[in-house]
Design a protein around this ligand. Structure first.
Ligand SMILES: C[S@@+](CC[C@H](N)C(=O)[O-])C[C@H]1O[C@@H](n2cnc3c(N)ncnc32)[C@H](O)[C@@H]1O
Length: 275
């Protein structure tokens, strides 16, 4: 079970929702000739290199996938892809957006990434990445985040507090009752014009426990902080806490192939940078 949690592999059970969202968006926008396009939090690069490459007009100039996780980018770089596609390690929440990326992109895509960002810098960075008239389409989970909520709970225990105290005040993105206003304010502050946004509270994906553990394991960027002799215990504690939070038993090895409904309340955002 621990092997599964550690595995650097990204599941794809949510891809249909991302592809449906992108398809609807692409039906409503005109992508300029020689467009520069970015996929933020590209993960395994599958959506970038397989689906986006086919969905966007063939006359695009470049498609850049970025991800905070170095090992994801190393993997993406091994993919045999169209020469216009490239991958780069970058934290979308950075305070120092690379100069070469500023005002460069016509379209930004992102699926199920921003719930893992620790600040809202990604919104103003989105503004800075876009050219005037550029547009973005993002979808991500809001309101719940079992992994970071597990870190928050564990940060209250003396044993784990020294390593994950930065999660003590963690609150899932757009989890307050005023989420509509909060989102509008966030985008207004950044200078982006919100064209549409939709909170879809009832989205849940049919998957199995192994896929979920693989995904959460790949999102887990705190285990490196834990001393080697405590790592095993830490991973067990994370899985136990996620089980408690979600009411899904991730501890019984014999039942890991069981199908589950994995809740993913999703917000879809379409915004634009005006001239
Ligand atoms: C659930 S995966 C989704 C991957 C891909 N978009 C897809 O739909 O298959 C989330 C991805 O976001 C990346 N990520 C999380 N925080 C990030 C950040 N601050 N900057 C860039 N990428 C980030 C993770 O490393 C992970 O690859």
């Amino acid at each position: 079970m621990n092997q599964i949690f550690r595995q650097v592999k990204l599941s794809a059970f949510y891809h249909d929702k991302a592809l449906e969202t992108y398809k609807n968006f692409l039906a409503s926008v005109i992508i300029p000739k020689n467009a520069s396009i970015m996929d933020i939090g590209c993960g395994s690069g599958r959506i970038t290199s397989k689906f986006l490459h086919q969905m966007i007009p063939a006359h695009y100039k470049e498609l850049v996938g970025i991800d905070i996780d170095h090992s994801n980018i190393e993997y993406c770089k091994t993919l045999k892809v169209d020469p216009r596609i490239s991958f780069e390690q970058m934290d979308i929440d950075t305070k120092e957006l690379p100069v070469k990326f500023r005002n460069r992109f016509d379209i930004l895509f992102s699926s199920y990434c921003f719930m893992y960002a620790r600040t809202r810098q990604w919104i103003s960075n989105s503004y800075d990445l876009l050219k005037p008239n550029g547009e973005l389409i993002y979808l991500f989970k809001y309101n719940i985040n079992p992994l970071y909520s597990a870190y928050r709970e564990m940060s209250r225990k003396a044993e784990w507090k020294p390593y994950i105290n930065d999660f003590a005040d963690f609150v899932p993105i757009y989890s307050g009752d005023n989420r509509n206003i909060e989102l509008k304010n966030d985008f207004h502050k950044s200078g982006l014009i919100l064209i549409s946004h939709e909170f879809l509270p009832d989205i849940a994906f049919r998957t199995n426990k192994i896929e979920v553990l693989e995904l959460l394991g790949a999102m887990n960027r705190v285990t490196y902080r834990i001393p080697a002799d405590k790592k095993e215990k830490f991973i067990q504690a994370v899985q136990q806490t996620i089980s408690d939070i979600t009411n899904i038993d991730f501890m019984d090895k014999k039942k890991l192939h069981e199908e589950i409904q994995w809740k993913c309340p999703t917000v879809i955002i379409h915004a634009k940078k005006m001239i």
